[in-house]
Structures are given as structure tokens and as C-alpha cells.
Design a protein around this ligand. Structure first.
Ligand SMILES: C[C@](O)(CO)[C@H](O)COP(=O)(O)OP(=O)(O)OC[C@H]1O[C@@H](n2ccc(N)nc2=O)[C@H](O)[C@@H]1O
Ligand SMILES: Nc1ncnc2c1ncn2[C@@H]1O[C@H](COP(=O)(O)OP(=O)(O)OP(=O)(O)O)[C@@H](O)[C@H]1O
Length: 295
């Protein structure tokens, strides 16, 4: 196999709670993760010449060792002494620095793809162990689907699949640093924790309304005061009929869950009309049909 083409899916956090801070600055979290049908196209090709080449359609993204896809390839090349070169082509559709795990998902695709191409024989669990060295969201991006994530985000448990619905994604034209948001949270008192157990009950009962009612993200308390446009977008989605609307990850992207595709389109129209952002996409939950076993 000389080439693989993969879809690297974006994620949203249906729930994000922070339980404490570790000595190394990372935080213990309790999150419900969900993949959505918004993806980057990742192509990996073997090259005759050595080295790692990254090509992308976004001019401002690094193509050297600062690109997380490069880091993923480098990690496997070193560990398995792979002498052949690889060319990685990233066709980006997932907004960057958005809270949608775009980079993490690219890294996951490279680990997954190179494992197949070079017949490294790593199990999904073994790929995830390598993934966490690149970023806390990478193991989840290998696993995908509806998942409870604990630890720093790498302890994963598959949950009952999220009921089908339309997802509206709106990324305001600002960038947010995940590190800055987590650091700023340390000087705040968390007064209200999201109802993660409630979301899990909603998933068990296949009850979309319950899931939407229980959604919550403690990082909103940091990012929204910095960027009030996030609240305005949430409001537009709710006014147009979203069952729930919330910031994903450390932001600034807002997602809304809708029963009706027409209502999601209406929210998209209003958000654009009010110039809150032009980056608004109507998409779906991505369900993973697979053996639930991680190994
Ligand atoms: C906000 C989320 O996207 C929610 O899914 C993740 O928790 C962040 O995952 P990520 O971007 O893959 O995180 P990393 O690239 O590993 O870390 C970026 C920065 O976020 C902070 N970080 C990340 C994960 C975590 N559990 N605690 C943290 O404090 C750390 O300051 C770290 O320097
Ligand atoms: N392959 C890549 N795709 C996107 N960004 C990348 C990539 N490699 C490195 N980066 C850098 O990583 C930073 C974060 O980008 P990314 O899109 O992964 O953020 P995010 O969606 O907030 O991730 P998360 O939800 O995991 O915190 C950007 O500033 C970007 O320059």
C-alpha cells in the first residue's frame, strides 16, 4: 500500500467539566465527546526520498515540525525506524484554533494511516497511547463516536450513540489558545459544574432533549467574557429553535443541536445576516459503527 486517504473528523464537547489541576499544569477533566461530519481530507503517500513533507491548502499553517501531523509521522518513523519518506497532504475544512480538535484529528489520521501503510501492527489502544504524547484530544480522535473522556482526556469509555440530529457549527473570526483558557480557569472559582451524568442518562434513554438540557462547558466562563460574540451566536441558535447551543472545547466555536434542518438553516442565515461570522456550517452527528472494544 503506497497511499491512504482518510477523513479526519472534528469533535464537539457535549459536556466539559474540569475537576482539578495537576502539578504539570494539565487539568483533570470529565467530558462527553462527539464526532461530527465535518472533516479534513488527509492523504498519506510513500516517497522514495527520506523525510516528512507536509502540504496544506491553508497558507498560514506551518508545514514543518510545528504541524501536529508532521509530529505524528515523526513519532512513528523514529520508533519503528522507518527509512522511507512520507508526503502528507492536508485539505483543511475544519476551522483552525476553534475548539474542534482539527489538528488533533489530523494527527490521529496520520497515526492510523501510517500504522496501516507500514504494517506496524499497532492496536487501537497502542495507537492511542502514542497519540496522547501529541495532545490530550488525539486518543479520542482515534476512537471517535460518543465517548466519556476522563483523566486529561485520554481515559475513554464508549457511550450509547448520540441520537441523530442536525448540528450547526459557527466559528467567530477570532482565535483562542487552549492553554490560555485553561490557565485563566485556575484563577476562577467554578460555581456550577455541568451535569455530565445527566447527559449520560440522556444518551442511555436516547433522549435528545434531555441531552441538550444537561449540556454545559465550564470553559465558557473564561472564553465568553473575552469574546461576547459567543453568547450572541448561542442566542441566535436558541431563538431559531436549537434544543441546546454551547461553546465547544476552549472555543470560540459554538454548536447548536437541532431537530429540524430547516431551523438550523434559518439560524445559519441569521448569524450571517447579523455579521456575527461567515464561518457557519450545517452538518450532522457522525455515528461510528464498530466493535466497542478498544483493543
Ligand atoms: C479543550 C479540549 O479540546 C476539550 O476536548 C481539550 O481538553 C484540549 O485538548 P488539546 O488541545 O489536545 O490539548 P493539548 O494540546 O494536549 O494541550 C494544550 C494546552 O491545554 C491545556 N490542557 C489541555 C488538556 C487538559 N486536560 N488540561 C489542560 O490544562 C494545557 O495548558 C496544554 O498546554
Ligand atoms: N494540522 C494542523 N491543523 C490545524 N492546526 C494545526 C495543525 N498543526 C498545527 N496546528 C496549529 O495548532 C493550533 C491549534 O489548532 P487546532 O485547529 O488543532 O485547534 P483546536 O481546534 O482548538 O484544537 P483542540 O480542540 O484540540 O484544542 C493552531 O494555532 C495551528 O497553527
Amino acid at each position: 500500500m503506497n497511499q491512504v486517504e482518510l477523513k479526519a473528523l472534528a469533535k464537539i464537547n457535549l459536556g466539559l467539566d474540569v475537576l482539578g489541576r495537576r502539578e504539570n499544569g494539565y487539568h483533570d477533566v470529565r467530558m462527553i465527546m462527539q464526532s461530527i461530519y465535518l472533516y479534513d481530507e488527509v492523504k498519506i503517500e510513500k516517497k522514495d526520498t527520506p523525510g516528512i513533507e507536509v502540504v496544506t491548502n491553508l497558507k498560514y499553517l506551518p508545514v514543518n515540525e510545528d504541524n501536529i501531523a508532521y509530529k505524528a509521522a515523526h513519532l512513528l518513523k523514529e520508533e519503528f525506524d522507518i527509512s522511507e519518506g512520507v508526503k502528507i497532504t492536508l485539505k483543511k475544512h475544519i476551522p483552525v484554533a476553534a475548539g474542534l480538535a482539527g489538528g488533533s484529528s489530523n494527527a490521529a489520521a496520520v497515526l492510523f494511516g501510517m500504522n496501516r501503510m507500514f504494517r506496524l501492527g499497532l492496536s487501537r489502544k497502542e495507537l492511542m497511547e502514542r497519540g496522547v504524547k501529541l495532545g490530550a484530544d488525539v486518543p479520542y480522535c482515534i476512537m471517535r463516536g460518543t465517548v466519556l473522556a476522563e483523566g486529561i482526556g485520554e481515559e475513554l469509555k464508549t457511550l450509547p450513540a448520540m441520537p441523530k440530529c442536525t448540528v450547526l457549527i459557527a466559528k467567530p473570526p477570532i482565535s483562542v489558545s487552549t492553554k490560555t483558557v485553561y490557565e485563566a480557569l485556575d484563577s476562577k472559582e467554578i460555581t456550577q459544574h455541568p451535569d455530565i451524568d445527566g447527559i449520560m442518562e440522556g444518551l442511555e434513554q436516547h433522549d435528545l432533549r434531555k441531552i441538550a438540557e444537561c449540556m454545559g462547558n465550564v470553559l465558557e466562563d473564561v472564553t465568553i467574557p473575552m469574546h461576547p460574540v459567543i453568547s450572541e451566536i448561542k442566542q441566535e441558535m436558541t431563538d431559531a429553535g436549537a434544543l441546546g447551543a454551547m461553546m465547544s472545547g476552549s472555543g470560540p466555536t459554538v454548536f447548536g443541536l437541532f431537530e429540524s434542518r430547516a431551523a438550523a438553516r434559518e439560524a445559519q442565515r441569521r448569524i450571517r445576516e447579523k455579521s456575527l461570522t461567515r464561518q457557519v456550517y450545517v452538518t450532522n452527528i457522525h455515528s461510528v459503527r464498530r466493535n466497542q472494544n478498544v483493543d
